[in-house]
Design a protein around this ligand. Structure first.
Ligand SMILES: Cc1ncc(COP(=O)(O)O)c(C=O)c1O
Length: 442
C-alpha cells in the first residue's frame, strides 16, 4: 500500500502506514491543545504523562526565559551551574534516604544510569558474584537497550530479545487477571514467595528493579497494599539493591509526592523524569543513597568512578524550570489538591464500567486505565494485533479530547493541576468517546 504521508517526521511507536497526516498542534493553553485550524482538544494524556500545570504557564515560561538570557547550556564535566545545584539540593531534601543526584535528559537514560550504578556498586566493593537483575513481569522502564532488558514487554521488545540481557522476572498481582480461586492477598503472597525463594537459593542478584506504586505502560497495574514494601524488605534481608522507577508515578501522578514514601519502601537508587520540569523541558535524574555513592569514591586509578555522561546532562534551562515547578508544588499545595480532585474519577466509575467493551478500570491519583475487552464476561482482551489507538484517537478528537491508548488500555492521565470541573468535562467526553468507538473496536 502506498504511504501518502507528506511529512519527513518518523513518529514514535507508530505504524506510519496507518496515517495520512498528523494534526499540527500550534498552541497550548491550560489543559487544551490547539491545532493549526483552531480546533481545541483536552490533553487527556498530559503530553505523554508529563504536564503538571497545563500548557503556557506564565511562571514556568518566565523561568525558562530568565535562565535562557543568562546561560543556555554549560556542561557538568568539570563545571556546575547554580540551577543544577539548587535542583539537586531540593531533590535530595524531598527524597528520604537519597544523597546525590545524577542528571540525564530522559527517563530511559535515567534508568540506564540506575542499572549501571547498581551493577558497578558490587564491583566497586569487590563482589564479583552479584551480576543478575531481578524485575517484575510486564514492567516498563524505557526504550533503550538496558531499559528494555529490565522492562521487558513482549509485544514491544520481542524483536530485540536476543540482544537484551536476561533478567529474572517475577509475576505481578493484577487483580483483574488473577489465577482462578485466589484472593488478591493469596496472589500477592504467591508472587512474594517466589521472590523470596529465588533470593534465598542463590546469592547472585545485584538489584531488584521495579516501577514504584504501579506499572503504568504495562497496563496500569496498581500494586496491592504492602506489595512494594515487602519486596523492599526481602531485598534488605538478602542484600539485594532496591531500585525504583518513579518516572511515571512520582511527583503526584499517583496522589503522593513520592510513591516510595507512601509505600514505606526506601530504595537504594531511584529515577525521576517526566513531571520534573512540569512537562516543559527534557530532564531526568537518578538519585543514589550514601552507600551507593561512597562505593564510587577512590583513587583515580581505582577506576571506581561512574563512566556515564550526556551532552545535555544538568541543562541549566531545564534545571531552572524544574526549580520553579517544584516551588509551585509547595506554594500551591499541589499534592493535597490532586488528592481532592482525584475523587472526581470515582463519580464516573459505574458509568464507565457499564459500557460493554469496558472490562475493568484501574485508578489512583491522576491516572486511570480503562481496559477495553472483546468479551466482558470472559475477560477476553482485544487482540494486541488490532490497532485501537487510531480509532480512539479519532473518536476522541471528535469529542474534543486527545487520547493515546496503550495496547488495549485507554489512558486518562491529565495535567496534574486540572480542576474538578475540567476533569468532569474530560471524563464525560471520555465516556462519549468509548461509546462511539465501540462499534469500530469489536
Ligand atoms: C515508568 C517509566 N520509566 C521510564 C520511562 C522512559 O522515559 P522516557 O520516555 O523519558 O525515556 C517511562 C516512559 O513512559 C516510564 O513510564
Amino acid at each position: 500500500m502506498l504511504n501518502l504521508l507528506k511529512s519527513s517526521v518518523w513518529h514514535p511507536n507508530t505504524q506510519m502506514k496507518e496515517w495520512e497526516s498528523f494534526d499540527k498542534i500550534t498552541n497550548g493553553k491550560g489543559i487544551w491543545l490547539i491545532d493549526s485550524d483552531g480546533n481545541k482538544m483536552i490533553d487527556a494524556v498530559a503530553s505523554m504523562w508529563c504536564n503538571v500545570w497545563g500548557h503556557s504557564n506564565p511562571q514556568l515560561i518566565k523561568a525558562i526565559s530568565d535562565q535562557s538570557k543568562k546561560l543556555q547550556h554549560s556542561s557538568q564535566f568539570n563545571l556546575t551551574t547554580e540551577p543544577a545545584e539548587k535542583l539537586a539540593d531540593s531533590l535530595v531534601k524531598t527524597s528520604p534516604g537519597m544523597h546525590k543526584v545524577f542528571y540525564s535528559d530522559n527517563g530511559s537514560s535515567a534508568m540506564e544510569i540506575a542499572i549501571k550504578m547498581a551493577l558497578q556498586y558490587w564491583k566497586n566493593i569487590g563482589n564479583e558474584k552479584k551480576t543478575e537483575i531481578a524485575t517484575l513481569e510486564n514492567g516498563y522502564h524505557g526504550d533503550t537497550f538496558g531499559a528494555m532488558s529490565v522492562g521487558y514487554v513482549p509485544e514491544f521488545f520481542g524483536k530485540f530479545k536476543k540482544q537484551l540481557f536476561t533478567t529474572i522476572q517475577f509475576p505481578v498481582p493484577n487483580k483483574y487477571r488473577m489465577l482462578k480461586g485466589l484472593t488478591i492477598n493469596d496472589y500477592q503472597n504467591f508472587c512474594l514467595d517466589k521472590i523470596e525463594k529465588r533470593f534465598s537459593k542463590k546469592d547472585n542478584i545485584a538489584a531488584f528493579v521495579m516501577e514504584s506504586g504501579a506499572q503504568v505502560a504495562g497496563g496500569v497495574v496498581i500494586y496491592p497494599k504492602g506489595f512494594q514494601k515487602k519486596i523492599s524488605q526481602i531485598c534488605k534481608k538478602y542484600d539485594v539493591l532496591f531500585v525504583l522507577d518513579e518516572i511515571a508515578t512520582g511527583f503526584g501522578r499517583l496522589g503522593s509526592m513520592l510513591q516510595y514514601e507512601e509505600q514505606k519502601s526506601i530504595p537504594d537508587i531511584v529515577a525521576y523524569g517526566k513531571m520534573l520540569t512540569g512537562g516543559y523541558l527534557t530532564m531526568a535524574a537518578t538519585l543514589a543513597n550514601k552507600k551507593i555513592y561512597n562505593s564510587f569514591l577512590g583513587e583515580f586509578n581505582d577506576w571506581k568512578h561512574l563512566f556515564h555522561g550526556h551532552t545535555y546532562t544538568g541543562n541549566p534551562i531545564a534545571a531552572a524550570v524544574a526549580n520553579q515547578n517544584l516551588k509551585m508544588y509547595k506554594k500551591n499545595n499541589l499534592i493535597k489538591k490532586i488528592q481532592k480532585t482525584s475523587k472526581t474519577f470515582k463519580k464516573f466509575y459505574s458509568e464507565i464500567l457499564e459500557i460493554d467493551i469496558v472490562g475493568d478500570i484501574r485508578h489512583k491519583g491522576m491516572l486511570m486505565g480503562i481496559e477495553i475487552v472483546k468479551d466482558k464476561s470472559k475477560k477476553i482482551p482485544i487482540s494486541p494485533k488490532q490497532s485501537i489507538n487510531k480509532i480512539f484517537f479519532e473518536e476522541g478528537k471528535k469529542n474534543g479530547i486527545y487520547l493515546r491508548t496503550l495496547g488495549n488500555i485507554v489512558m486518562i492521565v491529565p495535567p496534574l493541576a486540572i480542576t474538578e470541573s475540567e476533569l468532569n468535562l474530560l471524563l464525560k467526553r471520555t465516556i462519549l468517546t468509548i461509546k462511539s468507538a465501540k462499534s469500530k473496536v469489536v
